[in-house]
Design a binder for this molecule. Structure first.
Ligand SMILES: [Zn+2]
Length: 296
């Protein structure tokens, strides 16, 4: 880790991993300041009153002595780019909560969690400063290289907990990470045109086409059981997909509605994952995990 300047900020909030590392989960802190977020990640017995001033106003209404669930992450990246090392990578940090990705529910055991200081949806969804994103990219690339983590296994918290979590949010610049090789890219996705603007599926729809969409999203990794009905869960997974793939670009996507643009991005994601896996194999440095297959 010599290329990265890490600041030690050890937390007692972790336990032992039950699975080998093969994912990276990106979060925003969702608190008023980075200092408060870091303090909470290092607190084994947090109480509501200790953090009320740095949480959304309605949050302060509870009993200040309420015990909060302890939470942690392996790293925290400040707005100015400083990186704090909070939990050792070989330990299981507590950042994912109730989650699911590609058949696995114990995401904490198989992932490295990176908290990125940002107020999030409760504090105006601020943009991420360039210095911070540069550090996130350097950190993610370093982690991925050391653990042979495949680029399609670098996801947001909202991907593994659709409908429950929104972070790192639609202002997170995934396309910058893609351009720097710190996340799977979208090369080959059809550019925006009349076809990509077309609505393919919307809430309330049903039938074989919706079932096919659900099977594809599930194959990509989302926790979704194909029912053939475009239900609330499907909508939540579609929104999570859009936070990762459509937000921040110039498309006129509509949250929760599946358009030709989303379809093109999902197809490109499957193809690019397969291509990345082949390239890594040929380079003699295969990834720890097989790429997802498009059920078509
Ligand atoms: Zn999170």
């Amino acid at each position: 880790m010599s290329r990265l300047d890490l600041i030690d900020a050890p937390s007692p909030v972790f336990n032992e991993r039950a699975l080998p590392i093969d994912m990276i989960v990106l979060h925003y802190t969702g608190m008023r300041t980075g200092a408060a977020a870091l303090a909470k990640l290092r607190d084994a017995a947090p109480r509501r009153g200790d953090y009320a001033a740095d949480m959304p106003a309605e949050w302060a209404e509870g009993d200040p002595n309420d015990a909060l669930g302890a939470a942690s992450a392996h790293y925290l990246v400040e707005e100015d780019g400083r990186i704090f090392a909070v939990v050792p990578e070989d330990k299981r940090a507590w950042h994912a909560g109730k989650s699911w990705w590609a058949g696995q529910s114990d995401v904490n055991s198989l992932s490295i969690g990176v908290e990125i200081v940002n107020g999030g949806h409760d504090f105006g969804l601020p943009d991420y400063p360039p210095a911070q994103i540069a550090s996130v990219i350097a950190l993610v690339k370093d982690i991925a290289a050391r653990h042979a983590i495949a680029p399609w296994r670098i996801v947001g918290h909202s991907d593994i907990a659709p409908g429950r979590k929104l972070d790192p949010g639609e202002h997170f610049p995934w396309t910058q990470l893609e351009a720097e090789g710190a996340a799977l890219g979208r090369a080959g996705a059809r550019a925006n045109d009349a076809e990509t603007a077309r609505v393919l599926h919307a809430p309330g729809d049903g039938g074989a086409d919706v079932q096919r969409l659900q099977e594809r999203l599930e194959a990509w990794g989302y926790g979704l059981a194909a029912s053939g009905g475009y239900d609330e869960r499907t909508q939540a997974c579609v929104e999570a997909f859009q936070r990762r793939w459509s937000a921040g670009d110039d498309s006129e996507f509509r949250f929760g509605v599946w358009t030709g643009r989303d379809e093109a991005l999902l197809s490109a994601a499957f193809e690019n994952a397969q291509a990345a896996a082949r390239a890594a194999q040929e380079a003699g440095a295969p990834y720890a995990c097989e790429p997802p297959k498009d059920p078509g």
